[in-house]
Design a protein around this ligand. Structure first.
Ligand SMILES: C[S@@+](CC[C@H](N)C(=O)[O-])C[C@H]1O[C@@H](n2cnc3c(N)ncnc32)[C@H](O)[C@@H]1O
Length: 348
C-alpha cells in the first residue's frame, strides 16, 4: 500500500463528494432564484439576498458560504458577489453556457436510486417514464442551451444542402424530441418549414406542445406520441435524432424507419454525446459525466425496450456508423462536433 497514493486518492474523493454536494446546492439556488437575484454582480449580504428571494436568512448564509467555498461566488467584508462569468453559467437561462437548469438531471439520479439498485440486480431495465419527473425538465434544460447556441448557426449548415431546403420549406421529423427544445429552435429559424416531433413518452409530448404554443410556433409544429421505429409520416426532407438514439432499445430499427420515411436524397441529423471510439479515449471529465448518466438513465431505458441493444451514451462514431449501415444508409459522416456533441450526417 502506497501511503502517498492513498492520500492523493482521498483528496480526489473529497473533491468529488464536495462536487456532488454542491450540485444539490446549485439545484436549490436555481429553483429558489438565488443566482438570478445576484445576477447584477453587486455584493449582497445574506440578509439582503434572503429578503430579495423570500428565503430564510440563516440558510441563505450557509448556502452562500458553500458557494464561496466552491469558487462560485466571491466573499469580502460579510457580503457575497456572483461574478459575471459565474452568472452566465448559473443565472442567465439564455446563455450558451447555462448549466444550473440541467443539474436537475443529477437530482433524478439520486432520487431514483432504489429503482436503479433493483435494475442493476435484475434485468437492467428502467424505462424513461419511470424516472422522477425532474429528469424530463432537467434534460430539456441541460440540452436547450447547446441547441440554441449551435443548431442553427453551425450544425444544420454543416449538413450537405439541408439549409436551402429548410429555407424553402421542408418537412422535418424530430424523433425522441422530449420537450421539443430542438424542434422549437428549428421552427423559429425556418418559418416556411413544417416540424413534427415524436416521442414515446406521452407527458413529454404534452409539454412539448405547450412549449411550442408559448413560443408562438404552435401552428407550424405538431407533436405526436410514437416510438422511433414506428413514427408516422413519409417524404421527410430531414429526420433528426437529438441526444436520444443511444437511449433507444432498437436504434437500428429507428434508423431503418428514418430511412423509409425520408424522401430520396433526404438526410438524417444525428446528434449524440461526444465520445471517442475506445473506452481508454473517453476516460476524461466529459466521458465521466456521460458514462455516469448512461449507467443511471440511458442504458437502463434501452434495456427496458424491445431488442435492448444498450448502446450507451459513449458509443462513439464507429459504432453509430455500424447502426446506420445496418439500417441501409449508404453514407455516414461526422459533419461537425463540439466538446459535448458528435454531429453526424446519414444520407439515403
Ligand atoms: C435524453 S432524452 C432527449 C430528449 C430531446 N431529444 C432533447 O434533446 O431534449 C431521450 C428521449 O428519447 C425518448 N425515447 C427513448 N426511447 C424512445 C423510443 N424507443 N421511441 C421514441 N422516443 C424514445 C425519451 O422519451 C426521451 O424524451
Amino acid at each position: 500500500m502506497n501511503e502517498a497514493k492513498l492520500q492523493e486518492f482521498m483528496g480526489k474523493l473529497v473533491g468529488d463528494m464536495g462536487g456532488a454536494a454542491i450540485m444539490a446546492n446549485v439545484i436549490l439556488g436555481d429553483e429558489l432564484g438565488l443566482y438570478r437575484a445576484m445576477a447584477d454582480g453587486q455584493p449582497v449580504t445574506p440578509e439582503a439576498l434572503a429578503a430579495r428571494s423570500g428565503c430564510h436568512a440563516r440558510l441563505v448564509r450557509e448556502w452562500l458560504s458553500a458557494q464561496a467555498a466552491s469558487g462560485y461566488v466571491e466573499h469580502a467584508d460579510g457580503a457575497f458577489r456572483l461574478p459575471e462569468e459565474q452568472a452566465l453559467a448559473l443565472a442567465v437561462e439564455d446563455s450558451p453556457v447555462y448549466v444550473a437548469g440541467g443539474a436537475s438531471v443529477l437530482c433524478s439520479m439520486f432520487l431514483d436510486k432504489d429503482k436503479l439498485v433493483a435494475a442493476m440486480r435484475g434485468n437492467g431495465a428502467l424505462s424513461w417514464a419511470d424516472h422522477h419527473p425532474c429528469l424530463f425538465s432537467g434534460t430539456e434544460r441541460f440540452f436547450r442551451p447547446g441547441y440554441k447556441a449551435h443548431l442553427v448557426s453551425s450544425w444544420l449548415p454543416a449538413l450537405d444542402g439541408v439549409v436551402p431546403r429548410l429555407e424553402a420549406g421542408a418537412k422535418v421529423a424530430d424523433v425522441g424530441c422530449g420537450h421539443g427544445a430542438s424542434t422549437i429552435v428549428m421552427a423559429q429559424a425556418y418559418p416556411k418549414s413544417r416540424f413534427h416531433g415524436f416521442d414515446f413518452h406521452a407527458a413529454s409530448i404534452e409539454q412539448a406542445q405547450r412549449r411550442a404554443d408559448a413560443a408562438g410556433v404552435g401552428g407550424r409544429v405538431d407533436f405526436g406520441c410514437a416510438t422511433a421505429s414506428g413514427f408516422p409520416g413519409s417524404d421527410y426532407d430531414l429526420v433528426c435524432f437529438f441526444d436520444c438514439l443511444h437511449d433507444m432499445g432498437d436504434p437500428v430499427g429507428a434508423a431503418r424507419r428514418a430511412h423509409q420515411a425520408l424522401k430520396p436524397g433526404g438526410t438524417v441529423l444525428l446528434v449524440e454525446p461526444f465520445a471517442n471510439d475506445a473506452l481508454e479515449q473517453n476516460l476524461n471529465p466529459v466521458g465521466r459525466l456521460f458514462y455516469a448518466a448512461s449507467t443511471c438513465i440511458c442504458t437502463p431505458n434501452s434495456l427496458s425496450q424491445e431488442v435492448g441493444l444498450g448502446l450507451g451514451a459513449q458509443a462513439g462514431e464507429r459504432r453509430l456508423r455500424q447502426v446506420f449501415a445496418e439500417a441501409g444508409f449508404s453514407s455516414f459522416r461526422r459533419a461537425t462536433e463540439t466538446p459535448f456533441n458528435l454531429v453526424l450526417e446519414a444520407r439515403k
